[in-house]
Design a protein around this ligand. Sequence first.
Ligand SMILES: C[S@@+](CC[C@H](N)C(=O)[O-])C[C@H]1O[C@@H](n2cnc3c(N)ncnc32)[C@H](O)[C@@H]1O
Length: 282
Amino acid sequence: MHRSLGTAVYTLGSSPKERERLRQQSADLRSHSVTLLDQVELGPGGSAIDLGCGPSGALDLLADRVGPNGQVTGLDSNPTHVALARSFAREFGLNNVTVVESDARRTGLPAASFDLAHGRLLLINIPVPEEVVQEMVRLVRPAGWVVADEADTGFPLCYPPHPAWNRLCEIFVTSYQQDGADPYIGRRLPELFRRAGLVDVGVEARADVHPIGHARRTLVPDLVRSMRPKILERGLAGEQELRELDRTVRRHLADRRTLVIPFLYFLTWGRKPEASGHPRIN
Ligand SMILES: C[S@@+](CC[C@H](N)C(=O)[O-])C[C@H]1O[C@@H](n2cnc3c(N)ncnc32)[C@H](O)[C@@H]1O
């Protein structure tokens, strides 16, 4: 866990494998972010911030939307992720992107300085997500947009069913909850947005089915691998059980007849009212 910014929690750690998984994730969730950005107004010359951008996040997509005269800020609390995001921007010639190290709950950036605040799989790591949503609202100008794509682990689907899959999901959810984060955050997004005073709130859910060979087909065992030290430390499972579950679940998922939808994702958007002092709650 990275602790340089006080109480920041990132339950999945920052091993080289986890960093690689996050880079791959950016590519895999690209279509979600395209859908989300299509719901809002962000065009050439605009400004956007990607909170909890990780090693790449949606920086390229946002940079593309705002064009060379626009400005994108990536923000992450993990200095390793910040360094990787900077190299990502350099590597892909994203000259309109700057990356800063800060806590998404208290960025220290000026209020009303962006047209759009974006967060993907950030709130699922935050014990009090309201704090980040409020900060996102503060960061956008009146009539600007706040958008988020968050998972909800409440409906993991594996068919044919397998007890090892159920057990792995149970371990995953319990460990996440013990970090104080909410693995069912996805369904709460529209409510969080409305309570923060956003209007024109919209939501769309995604249930991605991953075929053999797709990186996210093994998302649950991969995440459990990233969380392994914590799971062992907390006594949620022993070394041998984890090894056996990992092997059994991966074998089950390697069978092309197995259908898997690891999580649901909720794409949510909302607009800051023009007159920010008197929000219209919809
Ligand atoms: C699951 S990753 C998602 C990365 C990226 N948004 C994406 O979708 O590819 C979550 C990221 O949030 C960052 N993070 C966690 N807590 C944070 C906080 N309080 N402030 C800023 N970043 C945070 C982590 O360091 C990590 O890079």
